[in-house]
Ligand binder design. Structure first.
Ligand code: SAM
Length: 219
């Protein structure tokens, strides 16, 4: 099977899970094999997380799709992603927000930010800005954001990140230590906050000032 046939099978699998048409269309435009390590190219279209080095992973395609659906992404949205990893999720968001939207994506591990940059450069995305810093503090410079997507698990929802979400905005974030759940946090037009707990998930930890402690201290 070549990569386009594998991609076709993956998209059909995601369709059977009830993922929306616009998210499927965005994912279909992106070669996941451009975002994995050379030794994993043959596994790029499996619906699983894969190692990208530095103890981190590219999330499973169904998880990327579910988070994008929960974010209700639309043309023109300004989005903050915390946890760039391979850059794949940023690419999917970029397709969904289009030319008039923008994705600011933060990665704390420099080597991964370079990995993501070289992956994203293959497709020439003009609406993605990569930032190397502690994303547990968000990024006040471009706030407020229409949508915020956190791709690593926080001990609790950081207030500082919530403060950078615009009214009518949506934040999707995995929360928890041993047991994690996905949370969807919405602000209404007056800034009132509504939190909803969704399915249990398994993410690498958000490390930083408002995340978990870094026990390795390598970065
Ligand atoms: N979205 C990624 C993709 O499409 O490949 C997958 C992200 S991976 C599951 C989580 C990422 O969050 C890792 O690359 C990790 O280094 C990063 N991370 C953890 N804590 C962070 C922090 N405080 N700021 C920025 N990135 C962080």
């Amino acid at each position: 099977m070549d990569s386009s046939e594998k991609q076709y099978e993956l998209i059909n699998r995601l369709k059977s899970l009830g993922i929306s048409h616009n998210v499927l269309e965005a994912m279909n435009k992106i070669n996941r094999h451009d975002f994995v390590l050379p030794e994993d190219k043959d596994k790029a279209y499996y619906d699983t997380a894969l190692s990208i080095g530095c103890g981190q992973t590219i999330s499973a395609p169904h998880m990327v799709a579910i988070m994008c659906d929960l974010l209700e992404l639309k043309e023109g949205d300004k989005v903050l992603e915390i946890g760039t990893g391979s850059g794949y999720n940023a690419a999917v968001i970029s397709e969904l927000v289009g030319y008039h939207g923008h994705v600011y994506t933060i990665e704390r591990i420099k080597a991964l930010m370079h990995f993501a940059k070289s992956n994203l450069d293959k497709a020439n995305y003009s609406n993605i800005t990569l930032l190397h810093k502690d994303g547990s503090c968000g990024e006040p410079a471009y706030a407020p954001y229409d949508k915020i997507c956190v791709t690593s698990a926080a001990p609790k929802i950081p207030e500082i990140i919530l403060g950078q979400l615009s009214n009518n905005g949506i934040l999707v974030i995995p929360v928890g230590n041993n047991t994690q759940h996905l949370f969807v946090v919405k602000k209404d037009d007056k800034g009132k906050i509504f939190k909803e707990r969704k399915e249990s998930v398994l993410f690498v930890p958000l490390i930083g000032k408002y995340g978990f402690e870094d026990f390795n201290q390598k970065n």
